[in-house]
Write a protein that binds this ligand. Structure first.
Ligand SMILES: Nc1ncnc2c1ncn2[C@@H]1O[C@H](COP(=O)(O)OP(=O)(O)OP(=O)(O)O)[C@@H](O)[C@H]1O
Length: 252
């Protein structure tokens, strides 16, 4: 589904991502872990298209995307969430999900003029789908509230709903467990599992090892911009290079 090949990114000569290669098979949930500053978020930004790589290739479903703008990658089936969700605070939960729809008939002026009925049907279909997704992530009771009224954990669920609305094939999740209380974390993990069972692939940055151990068949470990290793979470957690990288990070 996703291939990252010899990708590097430098900021003023500093290699935040240094010759990174890995692949994420279709249908998998793969973790991307490593100490602070390892280059995980930069790697996400390179895949999503908010940053351009200094070198290397990125393929989604076999198609080269490293030079495509972010919105084309979304259209190709790539979605991402952020460590700190940024919903439109004044808009309702439902509206926040609705604006993430790929088909926005109201934005096509000519279509509006000539095919009002079909535009209205598409809008109704989008609203119905947004409602379903909001219910799926357990936010139906708060769907009319402004997004700014949600707790941190509910905002993570809203982010999940927004990416689902874009009908992705691959979802990049940036720290879905950060700042989430245990009850909501359980819901988030169950929903990720349910979405994955429908065939959607995940790459997840996460420091919470409970989530990683439960959801991720494999983890890719990064440190200092490079890939240290890859394997089952319980195996990588015992790998001396991985232990060293985390301890190095703790004392640095
Ligand atoms: N825009 C930028 N300009 C300069 N340096 C940057 C920029 N973005 C990231 N870096 C540096 O690149 C390195 C990797 O950062 P990155 O955020 O990718 O790490 P991370 O693994 O996601 O860390 P964390 O777990 O703390 O989120 C860090 O040293 C960071 O300071």
């Amino acid at each position: 589904m996703l291939e990252v090949q010899s990708v590097s990114k430098s900021f003023d000569g500093f290699r935040a991502v240094d010759d990174v290669s890995f692949a994420v098979p279709a249908g998998a949930i793969v973790g991307l872990i490593g100490p602070n500053g390892a280059g995980k978020t930069t790697t996400f930004n390179l895949i999503a298209g908010t940053l351009q790589p200094t070198a290397g290739a990125i393929r989604l479903g076999g198609r080269a995307i490293e030079h495509e703008p972010a919105h084309r990658r979304v259209a190709a089936g790539l979605a991402r969430t952020f460590q700190i969700p940024k919903p439109f605070g004044e808009m309702s939960v439902l509206e926040n999900v609705l604006v993430a729809a790929r088909a926005q008939p109201g934005e096509r002026m000519l279509a509006n003029l000539f095919a009002r009925a079909s535009v209205r049907r598409q809008e109704q279909a989008n609203i119905a789908r947004a409602r379903e997704i909001v219910a799926f992530v357990d936010l139906a009771k708060v769907e009319r509230l402004p997004a700014k009224a949600l707790s941190g954990g509910q905002r993570k669920l809203l982010e999940l709903a927004r990416v689902l609305m874009a009908e992705p094939r691959l979802i990049l999740l940036d720290e879905p467990a950060a700042g989430v209380n245990p009850a909501l974390l359980e819901i988030i993990m169950a929903r990720i599992e349910a979405i994955n069972r429908t065939g959607i692939t995940f790459l997840i940055i996460e420091h919470n090892m409970d989530l990683v151990a439960r959801l991720c068949g494999e983890v890719i470990v990064m440190a200092e911009g490079r890939v240290l290793g890859r394997g089952a979470p319980e195996v990588m957690a015992r790998d001396p290079r991985v232990v060293d990288a985390y301890l190095g990070g703790a004392v640095a």
